[in-house]
Ligand binder design. Structure first.
Ligand code: FE
Length: 334
């Protein structure tokens, strides 16, 4: 009997959801975050609100091109992408619109959202030091800058400078130290390389674990994926720069498109994504950190320990991206 009532309730709920979706509320999202990362969250939103969400996923460059080409005819209401550098680019190309929302301002720290309210961080990604536990003691580590010092000669691994994550890291270093000092540091890194740069963070962590190099710089969620598969991996994260400015962080985030056909519905979705109930859905699926400081990270992410994050505004990743690319080229960082 209880089971029958339960099934009946479920049926009524689905019918209501379907009716409401049919009733017109729908949102179209372009996402550089993969389907496996966003579909479960959109499904939860549809279940809760009845609002239907259609999405297309692609690389960020392709999505920006598509939004530009479609112009006022775009079906997209929302753009989701990773890295503040990409969101800043979308804003600069006029693809987003400013939205005033007290909820977004309350849920998202000021350094992780656009000053013009055109894009908003939804999860935090930390780019920090990874080290081989058999060859390095954590007490020997300190800062990103220090990885250019003589003790790391022939022991450092880096991912390619073509990846926006490193462009953002160097952009932040320019903002913090000035271009000349940032270039000196990057040159010192290049001089310490154990081997050619890596195409991705996962291969870099595997090289650190294999002893091909002793230290490297990676996004923590790549480490999380590997350590879930192999808890015995002889590699650990070290939270960089804790005695000064803090760990370099970036975001994955979103904005409402300039020509959105359903801007109010898109804003409501954005506010929901920043709320405590959705934050863990959004961050945990990729082992990232919630952007909302009131929401604790997933226990396996929390197990890596607390850290202080650098509070420099993430828009610097965009503003100084071109300078960072040129600087890395001058410094011989491939
Ligand atoms: Fe990534």
């Amino acid at each position: 009997m209880i089971r029958a009532v339960h099934i009946l309730l479920l049926t009524v709920t689905s019918l209501l959801a379907a009716a409401s979706a049919f009733g017109g509320e729908e949102i179209v999202v372009y996402s550089a975050r993969g389907e496996q990362l966003i579909k479960p969250i959109f499904d939860a939103y549809t279940k809760e609100t009845g609002v239907k969400i259609t999405f297309a996923t692609d690389k960020e460059g392709a999505l920006l091109q598509r939004l530009k080409a479609e112009g006022a005819n775009t079906p997209a209401d929302m753009l989701i992408t990773v890295d503040a550098g990409n969101l800043w680019q979308a804003e600069r190309e006029g693809l987003l619109r400013p939205i005033a929302s007290a909820t977004l301002r309350a849920n998202i720290p000021a350094h992780l959202r656009d000053r013009e309210n055109q894009w908003f961080g939804l999860s935090v990604r930390a780019r920090t030091i990874v080290y081989n536990t058999q060859r390095v003691r954590p007490g020997e580590l300190n800062t990103y800058e220090d990885l250019g010092g003589p003790k790391w000669k022939g022991r450092l691994c880096l991912r390619t400078s073509k990846k926006v994550y490193n462009q953002s890291l160097v952009a932040m270093m320019i903002a913090e130290h000035g271009a000349a000092e940032a270039e000196r540091i990057v040159r010192a890194w290049v001089g310490n390389l154990a081997t050619d740069v890596f195409p991705d963070d996962t291969k870099l962590i595997e090289a650190v674990a294999a002893g091909q190099c002793d230290v490297g710089i990676v996004n923590s969620y790549y480490y999380g994926r590997l350590i879930e598969k192999n808890p015995a991996l002889p590699a650990r994260l070290f939270w960089a720069n804790q005695k000064n400015k803090g760990v370099h962080v970036n975001i994955s985030g979103a904005g409402v498109t300039r020509y959105a056909r359903h801007p109010e519905a898109a804003l409501k979705l954005l506010e929901w994504l920043s709320s405590p109930k959705a934050q863990n859905l959004f961050a945990d699926v990729n082992l990232e950190f919630p952007v909302n400081p009131r929401v604790p990270p997933h226990p396996s992410v929390a197990a890596w320990g607390d850290f202080k994050q650098n509070l420099i505004h993430v828009e610097n990743a965009g503003v100084l991206q071109a300078d960072a690319v040129k600087l890395m080229d001058r410094a011989g960082y491939k």
